[in-house]
Write a protein that binds this ligand. Structure first.
Ligand SMILES: [Zn+2]
Length: 69
């Protein structure tokens, strides 16, 4: 059984077909993450450059930079 780190809570998450919430550890983390991304899209206009990510003040302290590509 493979375990990974949950992107939302950084807790242990089971990477398995039985885990419908993967890569998250639970539905709760999955929904939180989806909600965060949805609200993030509403706040940010279309970014012309990925360099903008570095210019963002990290006031909210989330870990989005680790999941953004
Ligand atoms: Zn989690």
């Amino acid at each position: 059984m493979k375990k990974i780190k949950c992107p939302q809570c950084s807790g242990p998450s089971i990477w398995d077909e039985t885990n419908n919430s993967r890569p998250f550890c639970s539905d709760r983390c999955k929904l939180i993450d989806l909600g965060a991304w949805a609200s993030e899209e509403y706040q940010l206009p279309v970014s012309p450059s990925v360099d903008d990510y570095d210019d963002q003040p990290s006031s909210d302290g989330h870990m989005f930079t680790s999941t953004m590509h």
